[in-house]
Write a protein that binds this ligand. Structure first.
Ligand SMILES: Nc1ncnc2c1ncn2[C@@H]1O[C@H](COP(=O)(O)OP(=O)(O)OP(=O)(O)O)[C@@H](O)[C@H]1O
Ligand SMILES: [Mg+2]
Length: 255
C-alpha cells in the first residue's frame, strides 16, 4: 500500500504519518516513511536519534550533479531526465524501530513545472519509491500535493486529507480533493484531528460531505507538554489508540 497524507498547514499531517508508519511497522510490514515537507520534522516525530542532522536529498548537490550529469554552459543547463535512483533509498535513508525514513527536501518552484536537476532527481526518486518498491510507503506532504504527478498518482492507494475543526482546513480539503482528482487519484479519505468534543466531531463529519471519513483523533494537551520535554510524539498512548482504529479501517478496506 502507498499512502499519501495532505491537508492544510499544521493540521497534523506529520503526526498522522508518524503513527501510521508505526502501526504498519508494528504489524511487520517493511515501511518507508517519506518526509516531503521542506520544513521536515517526521524524523523527530518518529523519535529518530539526531533527526536534526538528517540532510535532505535536495541538499545533496554533489549527488544531484553526479546523477543528473548537470552541466552549466553558455547555452543553458543540460542534464539527464532519467537519473539513476534505485540505490538511493538504501544509501540515503535512516532506519529506526523498523521504519526507513527518507527526507526529500524542497521542490524548487518556478515557471511551469520548473525543470531543474533537483526536481528531476526528486521526481525520479518519488516515482521509484511509489512504483517500484514493495514496501509500505507513507508520504508526509507539505500543504499541497505537488510531490505527486499524473505518473505517480496511480500508485497512491489512498490520499488521506487531515482536517481540524474549522472552515479553513475544510476548504483546503476540498481543494486538495479537486487537485487529486485532476491527476487521477480517486481514493481519498478524511481524518479529523484535534477534536475536543462531540460538537467538533459533528462539525467535521458534516463538512466532509461526500468524502470518506476514516476517523478522528482527539486533541491532547499532553502533546505540547511532551514536545517541550523533547519526548517523541509517537509515544503518546491516547493518540496511538485513536490512530490504531483509523489504521484498522484503512487496512480492512484495502483487503
Ligand atoms: N491531536 C493533537 N492534539 C494536540 N496537539 C496536536 C495534535 N495533532 C497535532 N498537534 C500539534 O499541532 C502541531 C502541528 O502538528 P503536525 O506537525 O503533525 O502538523 P502538520 O500538518 O504536519 O504541520 P505542517 O503543515 O507544519 O507540516 C504540532 O505541534 C503537533 O504536536
Ligand atoms: Mg508536517
Amino acid at each position: 500500500m502507498k499512502i499519501a497524507v495532505s491537508g492544510k498547514g499544521g493540521v497534523g499531517k506529520t503526526l498522522l504519518s508518524a503513527f501510521l508508519a508505526q502501526a504498519f511497522a508494528h504489524d511487520g510490514y517493511g515501511v518507508i516513511a517519506i518526509d516531503a515537507d521542506p520544513d521536515a520534522n517526521l524524523g523527530a516525530s518518529l523519535g529518530f536519534p539526531d533527526s536534526d542532522k538528517i540532510v535532505p536529498i535536495s541538499h545533496l548537490k554533489e549527488l544531484i550533479r553526479e546523477r543528473t550529469g548537470a552541466k552549466e554552459s553558455a547555452g543553458g543547463a543540460y542534464f539527464k531526465l532519467n537519473p539513476r535512483v534505485d540505490d538511493l533509498p538504501d544509501e540515503y535513508s535512516l532506519t529506526h524501530n523498523g521504519i526507513r525514513l527518507l527526507v526529500m527536501g524542497e521542490v524548487k518552484r518556478g515557471g511551469s513545472g520548473c525543470y531543474c536537476p533537483e526536481n528531476v532527481l526528486l521526481g525520479a526518486l518519488m516515482s521509484h519509491l511509489l512504483l517500484r518498491r514493495d514496501e509500505m510507503v507513507i508520504l508526509d506532504m507539505a500543504a499541497g500535493i505537488e510531490h505527486l504527478s499524473r505518473g505517480t498518482a496511480k500508485a497512491v492507494d489512498r490520499l488521506i486529507i487531515v482536517v481540524e475543526p474549522g472552515q479553513a482546513s475544510m476548504e483546503t480539503a476540498h481543494r486538495v480533493k479537486k487537485l487529486a482528482n485532476d491527476i487521477g487519484i480517486q481514493e481519498l479519505a478524511i481524518v479529523g484531528n484535534k477534536v475536543r468534543n462531540a460538537d467538533e466531531e459533528a462539525y467535521i463529519r458534516k463538512g466532509v460531505k461526500d468524502l470518506d471519513m476514516l476517523g478522528v483523533i482527539p486533541y491532547d494537551a499532553g502533546l505540547v507538554d511532551a514536545q517541550m520535554r523533547g519526548v517523541p510524539i509517537i509515544q503518546n498512548q491516547a493518540i496511538k489508540s485513536s490512530v490504531d482504529a483509523i489504521y484498522a479501517k484503512l487496512t480492512a478496506r484495502a483487503n
